[in-house]
Design a binder for this molecule. Structure first.
Ligand SMILES: [Zn+2]
Length: 418
């Protein structure tokens, strides 16, 4: 009898558990469908996606094909990503005539690749937006939206006409600097190799002031990601228009010079700007062992190719570097989507719900557990919903805030230039 009673109770418990599990599963898949539908209904923009030097030059870097890139058309569609800012990035090198010339050519190579994609190869699938109004129009046409940002003002040399040329080619934001100081302003990561003084943050230079003024006149967004704190302060003081951080994190949660302190988050917001929180593990969680593993991998790959030092240009797509990176990601896990959304939470707390957005830095080092490429972008929306963000707020974060800021900045364009 006791056995039977016990058996019945056990059976009941198992039965109830099974019932609960079935209900939970049913509810989960209903939830998933609802989240999927909601995410697909959003207008989503990722404000920072890098492109390779080989972009549109080989099948491996052709976004119209199935590729290993983190962003291609198929991954954008599967992940419900409607638009991205493709980045014309040039690394900081010597500030001499040869360096400036090479930097200009490197920038033009990327502009050419993007226009080949847009004008020649895939005009039916993707279109360049020159304005926030274009973004909405292209979205209505059912095409993917391309936008262009420049990362590092180094390739404009000391020549504002090159800045104008980049604008005419479609660039709508320019990050003033990158790793290593340049002639526009100091970097959040000065380069001792280039002879920078790490302890002296001079902020914006005299030439940098003319760049800020010209960008205001053009109605072009000034991007302060990678800039030193003093540079951000100088730009906030000088710029007539709001400014953006196209891919930055919050220093209060992760103490890294690339991240913005609360004081600057607040000042960017007070001026009407937006901070696009970046999905880059190194700016989200501290992991010295992971950093060390990357240093060792880079040294190993360089020596394998008999090079004096590791070079992204030469080595980032080698099988040895790719395999090593995968192993490091296994040994020292990437930051999670939850940790990423912690950054969004903090930025919203300090800057306000109208001044925060999303950027992946995909194909430029950005990668999270749960947001490994554009196809997994729905996971960000799921986490925002789980934390109680309203649908209206999620739309603001995914593009509304950036578009509002862009529109304000564009309104500063000189009437004489129209
Ligand atoms: Zn960057």
């Amino acid at each position: 009898m006791y056995f039977l009673k016990n058996f019945k109770i056990n059976f009941l418990v198992i039965g109830v558990t099974a019932l609960l599990t079935t209900t939970t599963l049913a509810r989960n898949s209903d939830d998933d469908k609802t989240i999927h539908r909601f995410h697909q209904s959003l207008l989503t923009i990722d404000s920072h996606v890098d492109i390779s030097r080989e972009y549109m030059l080989s099948d491996d870097f052709d976004p119209g094909l199935k590729t290993h890139m983190k962003v291609d058309f198929d991954k954008m569609k599967r992940g419900g990503i409607d638009g991205v800012f493709f980045i014309v990035y040039v690394a900081q090198k010597k500030r001499d005539a040869a360096g400036y010339h090479a930097a200009y050519l490197a920038a033009m190579k990327k502009f050419t690749a993007l226009h080949k994609m847009l004008d020649e190869d895939y005009p039916q699938q993707i279109k360049l937006a020159y304005s926030p109004e274009d973004v909405l129009k292209i979205h209505e046409q059912g095409k993917l939206i391309a936008m262009i940002g420049v990362e590092n003002g180094y390739p404009i040399d000391h020549n504002l006409e090159i800045l104008d040329q980049f604008y005419h080619l479609g660039a709508r934001y320019m990050g003033l600097t990158h790793s290593g100081n340049n002639d526009i302003c100091d970097s959040s990561s000065p380069s001792s190799k280039l002879g920078d003084n790490k302890n002296e943050d001079k902020g914006l230079s005299q030439f940098g002031r003319s760049v800020v003024k010209r960008m205001n006149d053009l109605g072009m967004m000034i991007d302060v990601s990678h800039a030193s704190d003093q540079c951000v302060k100088d730009v906030l003081t000088l710029s007539r228009a709001p400014i953006i951080a196209s891919h930055s994190g919050t220093r209060a949660l992760m103490n890294h010079p690339r991240n913005l302190p609360d004081e600057l988050l607040k000042q960017i917001a007070d001026k009407g700007g937006v901070i696009q929180i970046v999905g880059y593990t190194g700016f989200i969680k501290a992991d010295p062992a992971r950093d060390k593993a990357f240093e060792e991998l880079e040294a190993k790959v360089a020596s394998h190719y008999h090079a004096r030092e590791f070079s992204y240009k030469l080595h980032e797509n080698t099988p040895e570097y790719i395999a090593g990176t995968n192993q490091i990601n296994k040994d020292y896990p990437l930051a999670t989507v939850q940790q990423y959304v912690d950054q969004i939470d903090h930025a919203v707390k300090i800057a306000g719900i109208d001044h925060v957005g999303i950027s992946s830095d995909f194909d430029g080092g950005g990668e999270l557990r749960g947001w490994e490429d554009a196809s997994q972008s729905e996971n960000i929306t799921r986490e925002l919903l789980r934390r109680g963000y309203s649908k209206t707020d999620i739309q603001k974060i995914w593009s509304g805030n950036l578009l509002t800021t862009w529109k304000k900045i564009a309104s500063y364009r000189l009437k004489s230039l129209k």
